[in-house]
Design a protein around this ligand. Structure first.
Ligand code: DGL
Length: 276
């Protein structure tokens, strides 16, 4: 047992502003099949993307407290917006490692042949110092188009992945980028991989779409190995799901996005309230 009381059999906590982080959780499940997982969808407060930083920090901190209360040995911030706003503060006090996701600007800048990439993300993420730093670092010879996508998170929160309205939004944000020569698109919000089939269809076969979720799962595996905390390979890991949103709605949406029947529990009231 480590000084924090966690063991290799302790679960991994994963959270997002809502259901989008399930796109990261599925990569974690694939890469680390023996781990127990606890997922929190903070859907009662989604989208984070247009909220002030203090609100997002307060929510991220309440959710991480809850995950630590479940005995989590590591936390994954499966939300680009929460990462850019809150991860440094979370790392300052969390007793366990925190692995976070950020837009895959570096791989996109390396992969582009046309010299133009598009980053699809929330307004908060695109306005962040992290993205400014990544653009300065990798944007010297590459034109980087930053495209906020208001409405995408809401469509995914409704599991509305293919309606005429969803398609209209995808065309609105993606078609102008392709018209400007973009050949590589970064999914800079964890909700967007659920729209990837539509994004690919609108962008066309010549456009590469990059989702960093699998890289996050690999990094999490490396961190567990580094701390000698990887679960023993003696059984399949299980997963528990919590939501701060309307429970009937969460029980409709989350199994559809996860792809199998799952039980969704209410996030306890103390962690579900908005920050003061
Ligand atoms: N999935 C979150 C992200 O990766 C969505 C943010 C939001 O709720 O606006 O940024």
């Amino acid at each position: 047992m480590s000084s924090t009381g966690v063991t290799p059999r302790s679960p991994i906590g994963v959270f997002d502003s809502g259901v989008g982080g399930l796109s990261v959780l599925r990569e974690i499940r694939r890469a680390l099949p023996h781990e127990d997982l606890v997922y929190v969808a903070d859907s009662g407060h989604a989208p984070y993307g247009d909220q002030p930083s203090e609100f997002i920090e307060g929510r991220a901190s309440a959710v991480v407290q809850f995950l630590l209360g479940t005995g989590a040995k590591a936390i994954t911030v499966a939300c680009n917006t929460a990462t850019v706003v809150a991860v440094e503060k979370l790392r300052a006090w969390s007793p366990v490692p925190i692995v976070a996701i950020e837009p895959a600007i570096k791989p996109a800048a390396t992969a582009t042949k046309s010299g133009a990439i598009g980053v699809l993300a929330t307004r908060q993420t695109l306005a962040s110092a992290n993205v400014a730093r990544l653009c300065a670092q990798y944007g010297q010879n590459v034109k980087i188009h930053l495209q906020p996508c208001p409405g995408f998170v809401e469509q995914v929160e409704r599991a509305d992945l293919a309606s005429a309205r969803t398609r209209e939004l995808v065309v609105q944000y993606v078609a102008p980028l392709v018209a400007q020569g973009v050949d590589t698109l970064v999914l800079g919000c964890t909700h967007y991989p659920f729209l990837e089939p539509l994004i690919r269809e609108v962008a066309g076969p010549g456009v590469l779409v990059i989702d960093p979720a699998a890289a996050v799962a690999r990094e999490l595996g490396r961190r567990l190995d580094g701390a000698a905390l990887r679960a023993p390979p003696d059984r399949a890991g299980n997963a528990a799901f919590f939501s701060s949103g309307d429970l009937a709605h969460a029980r409709f949406v989350m199994p559809r996005l996860w792809g199998e029947n799952i039980e969704v529990q209410a996030l306890p009231a103390g962690n579900a309230a908005p920050p003061p």
